[in-house]
Design a protein around this ligand. Sequence first.
Ligand code: PFF
Length: 463
Amino acid sequence: MQQIITISQMKDKVTFGSKIGLIAATVGSAVGLGNVWRFPAETQSNGGAAFLLIYILCVFLLGIPVMLGEFSLGRGGKSSALGVYQRLTPGKKWWIAGAISTLASYCILCFYMVVAGWTLEYLFQSITGNLYEIQTAADPNMNHAFSVKMQDYIMSPWKPVVFTLVVILINLVTLLRGVKKGIEKMSNIMMPLLFILLLIFVGVSLSLDKAAEGLKFFLSPDFSKISPGVIINALGQAFFSLSLGMGILVTYASYYPRDTRLGKTAVTVSLLDLLVAFMMGLIIFPAVTTFGLTGDNLEGATLVFVTLPEIFMNMPCPQLWSTLFFLLLLVAAISSTISIAEVTVMFSQEHFRVSRTKACCIVLLPLFVLSTICSLSQGPWSGFTILGMNIFDFLDTITTNVMLPLGSIIMCIYLGWVLKPEFLQQELTNRGTLKSRLLPMVTFIIRWIAPVLITIIMISQFL
Ligand code: PFF
């Protein structure tokens, strides 16, 4: 216990340097592949505007309160996602919730690095023009041509591995530079860049021929489409997109200074995350109607690696648009991988009592092997399966469908029922110096609504 306190006292000095930097880093963590490809795909398959509406409700009614819970736990506990439980309730088994989140974050890191690697590969192939070297005469079906390219880029034995390793190296270099000089500085550059790129694409997409038709699907709700399934998917998407349940926000909030207004920060981060998802809708749906795309073309990887290149091919300067888009995706992916990795970096620093440099190596060096295994499991090693899934898909499913919700449920129970109500009150009011009108509602949601709803969602996936 003595040593834990010493380490956390030391950590009191490590904080983000500025309010903007703190917001940029947290938004960088939230904005990721979840916004860019998962959100449009979910909106398309769940009925368009009706899904968007429920999604916005989920972000406000559940996402923000649970985010506030994670922020409070992190800043109040001033420790890693696992350490906060040990510090606040020493000698009890509640650290298991932190262990689940920490383990989940590491498993996610293994395959998220691979996807970030694909993005880097597509950026590289866009810049060199290789992606658009297609013999249209020999292959009039361009969609098929891009599917073949995807097979080559993603399933080949060595190419995706090389790009994944480069992404891990970028993460390593950033994390080694520390919280202020690494994470915060990088976020301060990447986030404005991301918003500029998004704005350019929104402009281009809104000027497409059938943009109005796409906007109608995205923005005018048909309430008959709302079903329990749509609500469940919207809530799942909200948690995924806001990076809840995996210890990221607990970890980042432990670097928040004492005077940070948690309520304001949670609302700003959630609104910006929502804005990015909304802008992606404004980009994708006008293209969907203009180019006559259907459900299959919009699914995750196919949307990004097959459908979008096909769309760029139909526009003037495909290479330029493609380069800008994959740059946008890479920025979103890397700012998320860095935040996911920070969970285990901080954990290692604290629990193995090592320097930041050693902790970064402990976390990232094994990834050179683990992510390679994940990458190969999409190609040559796809025959090796667990519960009928290759390693990549297995990790994806078990983390997002089981471990993340489980981590969130236990955290809500812990905050709502185990810790004294004063804990949340102290954090949300900055030790009594602010008024928090939302406190009773946030407490009620964390105690009752969030754990019950997340449990229903988790169970309903298996029915
Ligand atoms: N919130 C980020 C995204 O939407 O991509 C990061 C993230 C979410 C990473 C969920 C991993 C995860 F399971």
